[in-house]
Design a protein around this ligand. Structure first.
Ligand code: SAH
Length: 224
């Protein structure tokens, strides 16, 4: 199998592997495989996949919707969401979103690296930045939304009793949700507002906290 320049650089330049050495690889669909590095140069290389060494492990059907913030914090959210087992990551533009653009290739690279770091075999899909209102217009009501609502700060929250199945977590930007967004979200039957405790968290912390909360109550921490 051919390697692209970034993969070849990582293996030979960063990991200092030489031709003939063994590595573990994954493609996001077929589990973990042992492989041999046949060639690695500056612009590319070749590996041979030998045998499957571990099963494919997919996360639960959980999406993360978040409003992009400063570059490094957005990178952090994508990295942590991958580790925490989000299946799909959807950057959304909200009324108070501070960032107009995202670098999808860069975020994808962060997701791949995070999956490698935590021994995962799955890389979440990253969608293009889309307005939250448009996503809600076309939303499939079978997928519930766990809305991290800063107005509920300090309210008791209970996820017990909520059904398992397809969900999405929604995290707002540093400026929080607008009155119009709050009104709309409150009116949607598939949206459940939730508090993330007595302190206002930064959006990146809130994303990790909400993912942990969901995984523990409704996700794959239950089956671990
Ligand atoms: N500027 C806003 C806070 C925004 S925090 C204010 O002062 O009210 C960024 C996002 O993190 C919020 O939109 C929300 O989705 C989430 N968040 C942070 N702390 C939270 C909490 N205690 N409960 C629920 N959601 C929270």
């Amino acid at each position: 199998m051919p390697l692209d320049a970034a993969q070849a650089h990582y293996l030979s330049g960063v990991m200092r592997l030489r031709a003939g050495e063994a590595i573990t690889v994954f493609n996001g669909r077929d589990g973990a495989w042992s492989a041999r590095l046949d060639e690695a140069g500056k612009r590319g290389g070749i590996i041979t996949a030998l045998e499957q060494t571990g099963p494919q492990r997919d996360p639960p059907d959980l999406w993360l919707l978040f409003a992009p913030i400063k570059k490094a914090r957005t990178d952090f959210i994508v990295e942590k969401a991958t580790e925490m087992g989000a299946a799909r990551i959807l950057p959304v533009q909200t009324d108070h979103t501070n960032s107009e653009r995202i670098r999808q290739d860069r975020l994808h690279a962060h997701a791949v690296e995070a999956a490698e770091q935590c021994g995962g075999t799955f890389v979440p899909e990253l969608t293009d930045l889309a307005p939250l209102s448009r996503l809600l217009d076309g939303w499939d009501s079978a997928r519930r939304i766990l809305w991290a609502d800063e107005a509920r700060v300090g309210a008791a929250q209970a996820l017990a009793g909520l059904p398992r199945g397809p969900w999405a977590i929604l995290i707002g930007p540093e400026g929080g949700f607008s009155a119009a967004e709050r009104k709309r979200l409150s009116s949607l039957p598939f949206v459940t507002p939730v508090s993330l405790g007595p302190r206002i968290l930064r959006a990146d912390t809130a994303a990790v906290a909400a993912l942990a909360l969901w995984q523990a109550a409704l996700g794959d921490w239950l089956d671990a």
